[in-house]
Ligand binder design. Structure first.
Ligand code: ATP
Ligand code: MG
Length: 379
């Protein structure tokens, strides 16, 4: 299952100035408003202005702003009321206030109401710039954290759905194999060919259901890993033996490029075989006709990971799909479940390893690069 993209603090902070944050300036003094707008626009922000709190509230209702920069004392409604409204209705909008010199008490009051910071008028351009920048950096950081939190929440939900589906699928296996056996038995007893065809249709559909339930069971099992020391080439050879009949039919050559004397590494034997099988199955399906499957093993440069590369010729995975293909239920096939690579990612993550896939138009091929820790990593 794909983890949310990691975002470094630097990247988040850059966004504060690079991506266009929207700011609403609220001030009844036209000169002050225009000056703020000119300064902030020259720093690359999108700036809108208005002269009353009521107008600001109306604008906030229809547009999204990252930050409000407001004067405190204005006719009709004051800036503190705006701070309260923004905090209550638009918690994702940050607010900075401008106060006249000497009104520190109101400034403190508005900070208590939830303003991010205040600046005292008249302020130099650099102070305005630094305060706005700081406020938006913190705003963007919070936004990224909240995005990551919701991605994690989604992932937890998916994991829960996965294990529930796995449990249900597991219990369906028994009845399905009984239906299958009964249909097989009846097929031997029924003389009419018309009825035999009906029974064959039942058997075929049961087979589809069986493979579906197997996928779900594997998906939920992928999070329960039992490791033992194993030679990765031995597992690769077993997988190759199993897929060989299909490769022969499709005229696909399997090439092994194993580094000599690799050590045993801690793996869940069945699950790692499942990983290789799923990737090779996909490769065979993607290349459609004849071609090559290349399996490579070696230690990586740091000597901490064992590298397993699985390449298929004849199909190039596009750059846009490189991450998507690992999401549960992502498929481009009419008969696919889209669980094969979700299982793969879950298993590799569970081993403390890494996986990514790259298509290479020059060689007309796609390679899955897998790195597995050579020693047991604490989870
Ligand atoms: N070697 C490959 N070359 C190009 N595309 C690939 C390759 N392997 C996987 N894909 C793409 O990734 C998608 C997801 O693969 P995945 O194995 O998760 O699901 P699936 O094969 O569609 O269904 P199933 O659940 O039966 O495995 C595929 O539908 C295909 O579009
Ligand atoms: Mg697949």
């Amino acid at each position: 299952m794909a983890l949310p993209q990691k975002m470094t603090t630097n990247k988040v902070l850059e966004q504060g100035t690079d991506s266009k944050n929207r700011i609403l300036v609220v001030d009844d003094e036209a000169a002050s408003r225009d000056l703020c707008q000119a300064f902030l626009e020259s720093d690359g922000y999108i700036v809108e202005t208005c002269d009353r709190v009521r107008k600001a509230i109306a604008l906030l209702a229809v547009k999204k702003y990252d930050m409000v920069l407001t004067d405190l004392s204005m006719p009709e409604l004051g800036g503190i009321e705006l701070v309260k409204q923004v905090r209550y209705h638009y918690p994702h909008t940050s607010i900075v206030i401008m106060t006249a010199f000497g009104s520190v008490v109101s400034a403190v009051e508005s900070m208590k109401a939830g303003a991010y910071d205040y600046i005292t008028k008249p302020f130099p351009r650099d102070l305005l710039r630094a305060t706005v920048r700081r406020c938006l950096e913190s705003h963007n950081l919070k936004r990224e954290i909240s995005k990551m939190q919701s991605a994690l929440y989604k992932q937890d939900k998916l994991a829960a759905v996965g294990s529930m589906a796995g449990a249900i699928a597991h219990r369906m296996r028994n009845p399905l194999s009984i239906i299958q056996m009964c249909a097989q038995y009846l097929a031997t007893r029924i003389p009419s060919s018309e009825h035999i065809q009906v029974l064959q249709a039942i058997q075929e559909k049961v087979k589809t259901l069986e493979s579906l339930t197997r996928d779900f069971v594997e998906y939920s099992r992928a999070s329960r890993i039992r490791k033992s020391p194993e030679m990765i080439e031995k597992l690769a050879d077993e997988v190759i033996r199993n897929v060989m009949p299909r490769c022969k039919i499709q005229n696909v050559k399997v090439m092994r490029q194993y580094q000599a004397n690799l050590p045993q590494i801690p793996v869940d034997v069945d699950l790692i075989k499942e990983v290789m099988t799923n990737i090779i199955d996909n490769g065979l399906e993607a290349m459609k006709g004849a071609g090559k499957i290349i399996i490579q093993t070696k230690t990586d440069k740091t000597n901490q990971y064992l590298y397993l590369g699985i390449t298929n010729t004849g199909a190039v995975l596009s750059a846009e799909l490189q991450e998507k293909i690992f999401e549960p239920f992502f498929t481009t096939k009419s008969t696919g479940m889209g669980l094969g690579l979700a299982i793969v990612r879950q298993v590799i993550d569970g081993h403390g390893g890494r996986i990514h896939a790259v298509g290479d138009p020059k060689t007309n091929s796609t390679t899955f690069h897998i790195f597995l820790p050579m020693v047991n990593k604490p989870q």
